[in-house]
Every structure is written in structure tokens, then in C-alpha cells.
Design a protein around this ligand. Structure first.
Ligand code: AHR
Length: 499
């Protein structure tokens, strides 16, 4: 059946923030040490940062980098990781020693090299309002007080102007160090926000939330006036304890209601009349959860084989297939559609673990999800425009990892245009595992050269690895188009059509 689609570039949904293509990096496994911060490696620059990784992150226009966690942050004390005397500490979240050689100053230096916004997540687990606001002093005050003077003494005379700050990380979860009740959370967040804004009223503040009414109502009742963002996280293919990646078909089931948590938080914000004041920062998302058995549990692992060695399984590049790329494109389409209330999203993480880039001592691998960011950042427009089916949409029934069936749309389409140049760019995702989809696209009076960029591999399970590149973007010149175009979209593929 031919799917008939219309695009109307005069009907604007909204302007998406570039921050929805944000990234996240945590002190976990090889993301920082031996990852992006690899002093002594011939691939690293004079500051110890891997130039191959930085270049790859620059090519997908990393707009914001959230750091240092994640669960790590809930027992992290930033003051031990600045200045001359770095005291190694035992990271109780991930049960490893952290040298503290990578701290705030190194992080800011990294953000400058990436030309991206810093986004610091503070310790609301064992930390205090004072420790959080001292961090804002260190980063943003000119020279008033001991912490700004400390920054200057450490060789950084100019303030860092860190605009984005988050209070806490998942403090609602039993697994989080310093977990809080909803009432405790509302109170701590309000006092922390007050002190942080007293230091620098220009900062934008987020706080850990989730699609849970009582938690968010408590948070917003106590802290709503101070907040600019509300932070939510989601992983769909949950594998913290058992490393059993979902199949392609099971992953497609996860695309059903992919923006459910955004809709729920939008509802709470609207009910509390905060929907025009507070935006959603979806500041951890990934189809696949990280694998780190026996640490988020009450009974901790005893041997390193039980809780440390298994983390290497995240490094298996064959896990990250076209399923990950198709899912990521569906997620980014959903965030674009909700661009009126979603102002930031951060892929968790950018490097190693389940990231879009894999690195080892001798180089990097660009996983399938990396190319989705390449397509959306470099080939899509910044204004979301309206698109709709002119005939019945095609569905497919897939069985989820939990064994239940879900009817999901085979095509996921998002249309955009640019605020600074003519033309349209339409993202077209074909989720079907084997069937190409025929599309008749109508786009009004627009005419011009049409180019289709297709991200795909030989099969739904294609992936990229060292010396084995199966997934890439291929350009197809479709010639001159005027008003409409017929397309055949490959199975398990992510495409951007530019006219
Ligand atoms: O699995 C990694 C963890 O996922 C992050 O540290 C935390 O924020 C989330 O629970």
C-alpha cells in the first residue's frame, strides 16, 4: 500500500532547541578515565583529551554536555577534585577509586574544546545546599568569596559562566545514594535552589523528577518558583542486572508511546500552571540501560567478577544495531514534536558504556546511534512543521520483551524547515524488519533538487565495530522535485529527505 503523506511548511509546530541533541558523560567505567580523558595516549592533546573523540563529538554538534553523573554524583564532593592536591576517593556509587584528576576545571576545559554548554549535576544525595551553592561560586563569581578566589588561584581568572545546573540525580530511587522522600526532596531542592540563585540569579536550574504525580507535585509546590527545568530519565531495554539485549522486533515494541513520560510531565506542569515557565530536560535517555550488576541492589556483589568485570559487556559493539538507530530516530522525532515543552535531551552516555561512540587505546568506533545524531544535527531543520497521513497509516504487530503484543506505526515521519534558508527536510523512519515502504509525499508549491540520505546496514542487526563497518549514511540524488515525490523507503532504516 502507498502511504500518502502531506507536509505544510506554513503550519509551524515550533522551533526546536539545539539542546535536544545534547549528550551526557559520567564517571563510570571508561567514559572519563581511559575514555575522553586519556593522558599519555598519542591520540590525546596537551591537556590529556582524546582528539579523535572530541572531533567526533564536534561533528554531531554536541550542544551541551551533562556531567559528572548520574548515580556517581550522589556521593561526589567537587572540592576534592579542584586545585593542586587531588585526593583520590572511593566512589561509593560504582565502588571504584576515582583519582579526582578529572574535576571541574578539566570538565570546563573539555566543554571549551567541544564548544558546548556545560551542564553540572550536583550532589543532592550526601551533599548540601551549601556545597551546591559553593560550586556555583567557584564557577560563576568574578572573585568574591573564597571559592571564586580558589578558581583564580587554580589558574582560571575568568568565571566559567556555567548556565545549566541540575539539583540531584534520581534521588527518588532506592538505588540512589541519599535517596529522599517526596517531601524531603521538595524541601532540600527549595533550599538548594534558593542558595544557588542567591549566588548567581542568571543560572537555569533543573531538579530530578520522574513521571510520578506525588513526587513532582511536592517538588513543584516547594520549588516551582525557583525552577526553569524539570529533569526526567528513561531507559527502555532494562539490563542493569542481566545483560540480555532486546531483539530488533522487541525494540520496535519500545517505540510504542515513546513520549509517554513527556505527556505525563506536561500534564502535571499544565495542571500546576507551570507549563510556560518550566521546560522538560530529558537529560538521560537511551534505548538500552547500562549493564552494572550487583550495585543497584540491596545485596552488593562481593567479588569484582560479580560487580566490576561485567561492566565490560557494555563495550560489545555488536549490541548496537539498526534497532538502536531506529529507536533513537523515533525518540528524536518525538522530542521535536514536543519542542514547545522539551528544551533539552541528553543521550546517556555519549562515549563507551551504551554510548554512540566507542573508544579503545588505538581509536574509536562510530556506533549506529552516532549517525542518527549526524542526520538530525546536520541534515534536519530547526523549525518543526506539520505533516499528516492522507490515507490510513500502516501498522505492524510486534511482541515486546515482556511478551505482550503492541501495534506500532511502521513509519515515523517528522518534517522540518530552516529558519535561515529555503527548503524542507523530512525524517522518515521505516521500522519494519523486512518490508520497504512506498510513500507519496506532497509538499505544496515547493520545488527543487531532492536528496535522500539513508542510514542503514545489510540487515536489522547490522552494527559497526573495529575493522567492520556495516552501518553508514548513503546519499541518493533523486533529481528535481516539484510539489510531490514518490519514495521507496528501505526496511529498518532512518532517512532524511531534503528538498
Ligand atoms: O545506569 C546508569 C545510571 O542510570 C545513571 O548513573 C543513573 O542516572 C541512571 O539510573
Amino acid at each position: 500500500m502507498v502511504q500518502k503523506i502531506s507536509v505544510n511548511q506554513r503550519r509551524e509546530i515550533g522551533k526546536r532547541s539545539p539542546l535536544i541533541y545534547g549528550q551526557f558523560i559520567e564517571h563510570f567505567h571508561r567514559q572519563i578515565y581511559g575514555g575522553i580523558y586519556d593522558p599519555g595516549n598519542s591520540l590525546s592533546d596537551e591537556d590529556g583529551f582524546r582528539t579523535d573523540i572530541i572531533e567526533a563529538m564536534q561533528k554531531i554538534g554536541t550542544p551541551v554536555l551533562r556531567w559528572p553523573g548520574g548515580c556517581f554524583v550522589s556521593s561526589y564532593h567537587w572540592k576534592k577534585a579542584v586545585g593542586e592536591n587531588r585526593t583520590p576517593f572511593f566512589d561509593k556509587a560504582w565502588r571504584v577509586e576515582d583519582s579526582n584528576s578529572f574535576g571541574t576545571d578539566e570538565y570546563i576545559k573539555l566543554c571549551r574544546k567541544l564548544n558546548c554548554e556545560p551542564y553540572i549535576c550536583t550532589n543532592a544525595g550526601t551533599g548540601t545546599a551549601e556545597e551546591m551553592s559553593d560550586w556555583v561560586e567557584y564557577c560563576n563569581l568574578e572573585q568574591e568569596g573564597e571559592y571564586a578566589k580558589w578558581r583564580i588561584a587554580n589558574g582560571n581568572p575568568e568565571p566559567y559562566h556555567v548556565k545549566y545546573w541540575s539539583i540531584g540525580n534520581e534521588n527518588y530511587g532506592f538505588w540512589e545514594i541519599g535517596a529522599k522522600s517526596a517531601e524531603e526532596w521538595g524541601r532540600l531542592t527549595a533550599e538548594s535552589a534558593k542558595m544557588m540563585k542567591h549566588v548567581d540569579p542568571s543560572i537555569e536550574l533543573s531538579a530530578a523528577a520522574l513521571a510520578d504525580i506525588s513526587w513532582n507535585i511536592n517538588l513543584l509546590r516547594h520549588c516551582g518558583p525557583f525552577l526553569d527545568w524539570i529533569s526526567i530519565h528513561q531507559y527502555w531495554d532494562m539490563m542493569p542486572q542481566i545483560n540480555n539485549p532486546a531483539s530488533y522486533e522487541q525494540c520496535m515494541a519500545f517505540t510504542d508511546q515513546i513520549d509517554r513520560s513527556v505527556c505525563e510531565v506536561r500534564g502535571i506542569l499544565t495542571a500546576m500552571r507551570l507549563e510556560h515557565k518550566i521546560k522538560i530536560a530529558f537529560d538521560e535517555w537511551n534505548l538500552r540501560s547500562w549493564h552494572h550488576p550487583n550495585v543497584h541492589t540491596i545485596e552488593q556483589g562481593r567479588s569484582k567478577e560479580e560487580y566490576l568485570t561485567p561492566r565490560d559487556k557494555n563495550d560489545d559493539n555488536s549490541t548496537y544495531t539498526m534497532a538502536d538507530a531506529v529507536f533513537a530516530a523515533c525518540f528524536l522525532n518525538a522530542m521535536n514534536r514536543n519542542c514547545d515543552i522539551v528544551g533539552m535531551a541528553n543521550f546517556a552516555p555519549v562515549l563507551n558504556t551504551r554510548g554512540c561512540i566507542y573508544s579503545d587505546k588505538s581509536g574509536i568506533v562510530l556506533r549506529s546511534t552516532y549517525y542518527v545524531f549526524d542526520l538530525y544535527v546536520n541534515y534536519m531543520g530547526d523549525i518543526v512543521i506539520d505533516t499528516w497521513e492522507r490515507n490510513e497509516a500502516s501498522y505492524m504487530t510486534v511482541t515486546g520483551k515482556n511478551g505482550t503484543a503492541a501495534d506500532v506505526k511502521i513509519l515515523d515521519i517528522l518534517a522540518t524547515k530552516w529558519s535561515d534558508r529555503p527548503g524542507i527536510a523530512v525524517a522518515i523512519v521505516n521500522k519494519h524488519v523486512s518490508e520497504a515502504q512506498h510513500i507519496e509525499l506532497e509538499f505544496g508549491g515547493l520545488e527543487g533538487p531532492a536528496v535522500l540520505y539513508t542510514l542503514n546496514g545489510p540487515s536489522e542487526n547490522s552494527y559497526n565495530d573495529i575493522d567492520n563497518k556495516q552501518v553508514e549514511i548513503v546519499r541518493h540524488n533523486l533529481g528535481q522535485a516539484a510539489g510531490k515525490l514518490s519514495l521507496v523507503i528501505q526496511p529498518h532504516s532512518v532517512n532524511v529527505l531534503q528538498i
